[in-house]
Design a protein around this ligand. Structure first.
Ligand code: SF4
Length: 435
């Protein structure tokens, strides 16, 4: 017999649930979401008050896991492309009588549409959870509902202690560990879902001694570190005097190409950075202006300079290059093949190709192109789901050929899986694309 949701209020135990994705880059599919330790820190949870279920890793079916662990509250986090899977998991949680809570960036940006159309989520939490979230949840007597939390910066003083506890270590075997030094971003790129959802400007939320203590603790368990700061060079002063090269085999960080110069790259090298991700995105003035990424210097020369400096300091460069975007014609794409032909593995460059993706919640972008699909499971930047005005719909097979050529000449198959295009409008998710 189906348990009543109200019965679940007898248990306050939480299960953090991370839905699986079909993300094509396998090694990035199961990154530790910092969401869960951040929630545990913000809500001041003790280890016995929560469990972790990582869909695709946890060796149990969700239903048995929830029953065995006497879970009362299922906290599901979701990004755009795993929202369809989050819906399936929410149905399972409902069936065993848990109160199902959806939070995270996708929920924050789309809470109205979800509240109306996906009622298997009993509660939607927008923004960053706080210490009072559980007492607010317990008071609710009518579902579905929305709880709005603040969008401010969270202080996560005990994040390393949470991450090295056995629950996280067991739940994410062989993963990179994630860490944040600077929370938020001072830029306003128009396609950025992070900035749109959290609206936070950049702030260093930890002292340098805390950063050193945390990374020392994390290195006792993990050898691969990903600093998830939107741009590690926004507050470079915090990095001086830090060197973690001996502690980790791999340190991956991100920045913008306009911050890369001899001084900053040498700072990153001393810090221990082995891989530097930066958004080249485009050489098109139209797209640079549209996305508010334009600069007084030539974007193209800054991109080549960034690649050259990474080579000089033996840091693997990981430029992100957008293929279909506003202002990108077929002619632009053919010229791109020549412009980046030397960016390849032999020269220490891992190129990451992306397709401009109008994520739900950023609806204004849809005015300028053709939506090829609204199956949310494909909205992950490496599927072609949208065509800008400048590229005719009949050119899709040509785009696939150009993509394959670029992947071949850059020797980047590991990061650029086969391209999926299914020109198919799925009515299930049309609610996110209404004007
Ligand atoms: S710099 Fe990065 S994080 Fe900041 S607004 Fe632009 S895309 Fe978003």
């Amino acid at each position: 017999m189906k348990a009543s949701i109200k019965n679940s209020k007898t248990s306050k135990k939480i299960c953090f649930i991370q839905p699986n994705t079909n993300y094509g880059v396998i090694e990035n599919r199961f990154a530790i979401a910092l969401t869960f330790p951040t929630i545990a820190s913000a809500m001041k949870l003790q280890t016995h008050e929560y469990e972790i279920f990582v869909d695709g890793i946890t060796d149990s079916d969700l239903s048995s896991f929830l029953i065995t662990n006497e879970i009362g509250f299922a906290f599901i986090t979701s990004i755009t492309c795993n929202f369809p899977r989050a819906v399936e998991l929410a149905n399972i949680c409902n069936d065993v009588g848990c109160i199902t809570v959806l939070g995270g960036i996708f929920a924050t940006m789309n809470f109205r549409a979800i509240n109306i159309n996906f009622t298997q989520f009993n509660v939607i939490v927008t923004g960053n959870p706080t210490n009072s979230l559980m007492s607010n949840l317990i008071k609710i007597d009518s579902f579905p509902t929305v709880i709005h939390c603040g969008n401010g910066h969270i202080k996560t003083d005990n994040i390393a202690e949470i991450l090295v506890n056995s629950k996280f270590v067991k739940s994410y075997p062989n993963c990179k560990v994630c860490y944040e030094i600077i929370s938020g971003c001072d830029y306003n790129c128009t396609f950025c879902t992070l900035k749109h959802a959290w609206k936070k400007s950049a702030l260093v939320t930890k002292s340098q001694s805390q950063i050193k203590h945390d990374l020392f603790s994390l290195s006792s368990i993990w050898k691969k570190l990903k600093i998830i700061d939107e741009d590690i060079l926004q507050k470079p002063q915090i990095l001086y005097g830090c060197s973690f090269a001996e502690m980790f085999d791999e340190i991956i960080v991100e920045t913008r190409i306009d911050r890369i110069n001899e001084t900053t790259i040498s700072l990153l090298k001393t810090f221990g950075v082995t891989h530097l991700v930066f958004g080249v995105e485009t050489f098109s003035e139209k797209f640079l202006n549209y996305t508010q990424k334009s600069s007084s210097k030539s974007w193209e020369s800054m991109a080549h300079n960034a690649i050259a400096l990474c080579a000089k300091y033996s840091i693997i460069a990981r430029p992100i290059v957008m293929l279909t975007a506003l202002g990108h014609s077929l002619d632009y794409l053919y010229k791109l093949i020549t412009k980046i032909s030397s960016w390849n593995k032999r020269n220490g460059v891992d190129v990451l190709f992306a397709f401009y993706t109008p994520h739900p919640g950023l609806k204004d972008n849809l005015a300028n192109g053709i939506l090829l699909n609204n199956d949310l499971s494909l909205f992950d930047h490496i599927n072609l789901v949208f065509l800008p005005d400048d590229i005719p719909i009949g050119s899709i097979s040509e785009i696939v050929d150009i993509y394959n050529t670029l992947v071949m000449i850059t020797d980047s198959e590991k990061f650029n899986p086969p391209l999926s295009i299914t020109c198919n409008i799925d009515s299930k998710y049309s609610c996110f694309f209404a004007s």
